[in-house]
Write a protein that binds this ligand. Structure first.
Ligand code: FPP
Length: 251
């Protein structure tokens, strides 16, 4: 696909200047459900439908990398029923949508500590990652049992172990070396973070990679976040001036 797409609100999205990597905090499922007198799990189910739509849109417009926050290391504090429902949804998504994602050229990867996930979910993850490993159109990272601090800690532990084994000189540890031990190894940092549900915080998502990321927040709850608003967020991003600590070139 090439050319321009008009999002519901101006400005116009230029498909030749898409961000490389967009991260999404899909918040507000519970509030969406409560407002409709439905259980929280119904909100998550509606959220899973939105995630599928987002993946289709991202693949269609040619976005290279999408990273979504599906379950944080803090989400274990929710009721066992809600935690189970979320894992079941993740499993269904990986099982039932795998063929479609594969056909669309989506490469799936899970970020986070998968060893604590249900064994049946771990099996679906393994299968989805293996089947889609060579796909190149869209890289879809699903953060599951992921925490930014936990990621930094596991990277530190790995580096310490390498130093202890005599494989690494501490003087050689720089930003690149450190980033290569994170779950996000090999990925460029997100250019844009989208957060639905209106909260103005990072919630322990991708702490290291988000250092210079542009942030876009909407009050809309995740199950109401559709294609038009996604395109509007991307178009808004294209208006931003990213300076990475520099001053503007004309000042
Ligand atoms: C935050 O809403 C959302 C989550 C904790 C889970 C996100 C999950 C999905 C979008 C759907 C399922 C997808 C997979 C792969 C599991 P919240 O429950 O915190 O909402 P609230 O802030 O309104 O309570």
């Amino acid at each position: 696909m090439s050319g321009e797409l008009t999002a519901s609100a101006q400005p116009v999205l230029d498909l030749s200047r898409l961000p490389r990597h967009v991260a999404v905090i899909m918040d507000g499922n519970g509030r969406w459900a409560r407002a409709r007198g439905m259980p929280r799990t119904a909100g998550h189910r509606a959220g899973a439908d939105r995630l599928e739509e987002l993946v289709r849109t991202a693949a269609e417009i040619g976005l290279p990398i999408l990273t979504v926050f599906a379950f944080s290391t803090e989400n274990w504090r929710r009721s066992p029923g809600e935690v189970q429902a979320l894992f079941r949804l993740a499993e269904e998504l990986l099982r039932d949508k795998l063929d479609e994602f594969h056909r669309e050229g989506v490469r799936l990867a899970i970020l986070g500590d998968r060893t604590r996930l249900p064994v049946s979910l771990q099996r679906e993850i393994q299968r989805a990652e293996a089947v889609t490993a060579a796909n190149q159109r869209l890289r879809l990272n699903i953060a599951l049992n992921y925490g930014g601090r936990a990621d930094i800690l596991q990277a530190v532990r790995r580096l310490a172990e390498e130093v202890k084994q005599g494989e690494l000189d501490p003087a050689d540890i720089n930003e690149e070396v450190f980033a290569s031990r994170l779950y996000t190894a090999g990925l460029p940092d997100p250019d844009l973070l989208i957060r639905t549900g209106g909260e103005l915080r990072l919630s322990n998502f991708l702490l290291w990679p988000l250092a210079y990321t542009e942030i876009w927040v909407t009050d809309r709850h995740w199950p109401d976040f559709g294609r038009q608003e996604f395109l509007a967020a991307l178009a808004d991003y294209q208006q931003r001036q990213r300076r990475f600590g520099r001053v503007e070139s004309n000042s």
